[in-house]
Design a protein around this ligand. Sequence first.
Ligand code: AMP
Length: 564
Amino acid sequence: MHDATPLIATIVGGLVLAFIFGAIAHRLRLPVLAGYLLAGVVAGPFTPGYVANAGIAQELADLGVILLMFGVGLHFSVKDLMAVKAISIPGAAVQMTVATLLGMGLGWALGWPLAQGFVFGLALSVASTVVLLRAIEERRLLDTDRGRIAVGWLIVEDLAMVLALVLLPAIGGFLGTGQAQHDQSLGELAKVVAFTFGKVALFIALMLVVGKRMIPWVLQAVAQSGSRELFRLAVLAIALGVAFGAAHLFDVSFELGAFFAGMMMGESKLSQQAAEETLPLRDAFAVLFFVSIGMLFNPGILLSSPWIVLAACLIIIFGKSAAAFVIVRAFGRPIKTALTISVSLAQIGEFSFILAGLGVTQGLLSEEARDILLAAAIVSILVNPLLFVALDRWVKRSEALEVPVVEAIMPDEIEPQPVSSLAGHAVLVGFGRVGRRVFEKLRKSGQPVLVIETDEDAVRPLRENGGAEVIVGNAASVAVLAAANLAQAASLIVAVPNPFEAGQIVRSARAERPDLDIVARAHSEECVAHLAGLGASRVIYGEQELARSLFEASCERPSAPPVF
Ligand code: AMP
């Protein structure tokens, strides 16, 4: 298939192969990521048959990373970033240093030149944004303390990479030149560092001062046009435009640019909600990211240097994790947080390839070392979901064994909750626009209430003023629901919008209490049937109630025409 349409061929080939291999992997109970990577190997130049365009695949993958970081930025506020900086900055710095030194040690043992060992070590030290964010989003950890630390850590690594990418050519020159020119090279190096820092600082300042005002203003203006299409286009244009501008004008990475664009948009709740509508695109591109990595993989390296690949994997999976674990613990965080950060970072990906590519073109890294890095990256990406499964198991086991230790309770995590001692209470799930109003009525009626809500910020006032017992967590999780003491509850009110989660909550509650009064919220007729089928006593169809109230309100007008 020698195509006149390489872009289309790559998108179609990548997505179709990823779907086929992803589905097979899922069937075999393997992580779907393994399927995507294998799809890449099949589409790559090292296996016979169809070969996709590697350059285009890489650019598509970059788009995925941009959209992913934009999405994370939407959920992050400047305040969140500041809150984790005390641990993320030293944490990432120490961990990157340890990983680089371990890589250099391996290089030294293999008799590699110092520069090669350094670039190799540096490439081992940076985690992949995509792998980390996917894992964190899948587990809904983005709004937890450990999720925020991991993202803060990622941002610091990202900044370090920006620096590394501009410094590498300079270091190459420095290491390549003779002793006599060191002074001059050192001066050059200092200049490059200062210039890079200056550009990054300028970009961040511009975003915080101008972007913060301009971006919501533009969105507001576009929203007034009344065109939904134009609005979505505006969101995408801003996300991609800022990312591109950051990369080309300020030498800041695409990822950082997109993250800041998202963060500025997320400053207003309104634009945050609206911008989220544009995100489904990113999942497709994130899949292409894994395909593009698979394409780079040369299976031959597993036969020619298996031990070096293994050593590199051990550094990534154990060396880096151990360093992260020690640092997070040293900052007094619970073991669970330390383990989550360690596992999140026990992989490498796109940044390592970029570094390796640059290293090869600068003559600092041999092609063999690059292939070793790629193989180790793929192994680490494949092993990562397994580490997360082990972590989840460990968390579950320790939650079952442990009487909750005060130190181990991070306020915003799903921690082992003691079962509530309330009786005759109403359990209210969701404390958003709907749940909050239900709560007011319940409180006025004098009934004790227990609220379950995933978003800690939403229930903070409730926790501070008292007035209700609060469980922060996802009620769709059996462990969380169990803490609500349904056995003695008078009713359960499910006020969450997602029909699948609401269904799961209703199903578990009904299984525990066949006689419980369960009232649930729905937004479509299918959803009403779904929830009733799973055991809800009554389902309130939001739009129908709204219609009724609108009609009644219109009838109440003094000048209203008589009904009928
Ligand atoms: P709203 O649509 O404004 O009523 O908001 C719904 C609220 O329910 C939000 O505050 C969500 O954080 C919360 N929520 C959504 N799903 C769950 C869940 N599975 N468990 C607990 N709270 C949830």
